[in-house]
Design a protein around this ligand. Structure first.
Ligand code: GDP
Length: 432
């Protein structure tokens, strides 16, 4: 899906606006320093278009480093977005921090919609028109709080948003795009250095591929791969406040741009909440997945059974992903990474013909019919694969299918067709 990022200084009303856009109160309401949260992107719909909204509010900003942090946070958001909604407080007017963001926006060359927020009365209306001076085109006067003007603003945003995402799952020519994700200190930069160091690093960009300066083209086993968003890995960002949210945003940025994510885990210590959060983010994104247990050189035999149990318990939601045990430090088993990436991507690209799918389903339903509900039984009519990357299936039936039965179908689908390393989804359409 195309990505719309909402960018601006703290307190300009970004989160209120995001709440308006997604029509829920899921995002945190107060856009003020000191409020942190994990979630950064939300599915949204406007005028029949589906897109993702990335909310950059809620990242703790302390007074000292405010300028630099807003700039850095904006840079990430701009990098991952297809279009940007830049929010300025009309009652305050453009500040020096705003100007900095404007420079980044210009440099990116991406479409920008300028939102003049907090326009609650005629006076503010006049303030809003002063924002023409930013050189970003027409400022849209809005009161995110009362909802005023948000329709026009969103309409403009929809015009700015491309119909397919450049970073999204549109078919990409050339190198496949990999994101290295994982909590701080699991060894992302060590792994990147290892893969980039041992192989030839190609500096020039390949024709027909879009590449951000933060991406790196690395040739592995004779094939080029784009490692996305590596700047954040190379430039170690040390932060105490808001570090979690920052890490989440980074992860999200990388995933959005990638086709396959390598989730790094530290084999030598127990899984943390942050690890599971990264995994959830990856699954939710619908990207292909490889799980890499790093620091295997530190694994001691006593820990082995614990690790196995952890995998069984904590990693159930990605039990379909290939797992590689590696050491980014010694280089041990590094040669297993590329084959795993290839397997996951192949699954991600898989299309099952309608004929095959329906004979599979026909046999399955005959052998294991849906349980009776109130004396009735939903009849499965037909199934089709709606999309690849990842594979999504739609089942048409005469009634709602129980969650347990849907999971059963998914399990059988995997047993029959594989899909190692790719999430798959099944939705049910009820037809009378
Ligand atoms: P990042 O924050 O995910 O980029 O993690 P780093 O790559 O900076 O690694 C964090 C620490 O773990 C560093 O001290 C690395 O030297 C160490 N480290 C990374 N990979 C391994 C490994 O495979 N084995 C061991 N023993 N240490 C590692």
């Amino acid at each position: 899906l195309p990505v719309l990022a909402v960018v601006g200084r703290p307190n300009v009303g970004k989160s209120t606006l995001v709440n308006r856009i997604i029509g829920r109160r899921e995002a945190v309401v107060e856009d003020k320093p000191g409020v942190t949260r994990d979630r950064v992107s939300y599915p949204a719909e406007w005028g029949g278009r589906n897109f993702m909204v990335v909310d950059t509010g809620g990242w703790e900003v302390d007074a000292r480093g405010l300028d630099a942090r807003v700039a850095e946070q904006s840079e990430i958001a701009i990098g991952l977005a297809d279009a940007i909604m830049f929010v300025v407080d009309a009652t305050v007017g453009p500040t020096a921090t705003d100007e900095k963001v404007v420079k980044l926006l210009r440099k990116s060359g991406k479409p920008v919609v300028l939102c003049a927020n907090k326009v609650d009365g005629p006076r503010a209306e006049a303030d809003a028109s002063e924002l023409w001076s930013l050189g970003l085109g027409e400022p849209y006067p809005v009161s995110a709080l009362h909802g005023r003007g948000t329709g026009d603003l969103l309409e403009a945003a929809m015009k700015a948003l491309p119909t397919t995402s450049e970073h999204g799952v549109a078919i990409q020519q050339g190198p496949r795009r990999v994101a290295l994700v994982g909590r701080p200190n699991v060894g992302k930069s060590s792994l990147l250095n290892k893969v980039a160091g041992s192989e030839r690093v190609v500096v020039d960009s390949t024709a027909g591929t879009t590449r951000d300066p933060v991406d790196e083209l690395i040739v592995l086993k004779g094939k080029p791969w784009t490692f996305v968003d590596t700047a954040g890995i190379r430039r170690r960002v040390h932060q105490t406040q808001g570090a979690d949210f920052y890490a989440s945003l980074r992860t999200q940025a990388a995933i959005e741009k990638a086709e396959v994510a390598v989730v790094l885990l530290d084999a030598s210590v127990s899984l943390t909440e942050q690890d599971t959060r990264v995994i959830s983010q990856v699954i939710e994104s619908g990207r292909a997945v490889v799980i890499a247990y790093n620091k295997w050189d530190l694994m001691d035999e006593d820990r082995r059974p614990y690790l196995e149990r952890e995998i069984e318990k904590e990693l159930v939601q990605v039990q379909w992903a290939p797992r590689v045990n590696i050491s980014a430090m010694t280089g041990w088993h590094m040669d297993r990474l590329v084959p795993a990436l290839e397997r996951s991507l192949e699954s991600w690209d898989t299309r099952i013909s309608t004929g095959k799918l329906n004979s599979f389903l026909g046999e399955l339903v005959a052998a294991h019919p849906h349980p009776l509900r109130g004396g009735k039984q939903p009849r499965i009519l037909f199934a089709t694969q709606a999309s690849t990357r990842p594979p999504r299936f739609v089942i048409f039936s005469t009634g709602f299918l129980e969650a347990g039965y849907r999971r059963f179908i998914e399990r059988r689908l995997r047993e029959t067709f594989g899909f190692e390393g790719s999430p798959i989804s099944i939705s049910v359409r009820v037809r009378e």
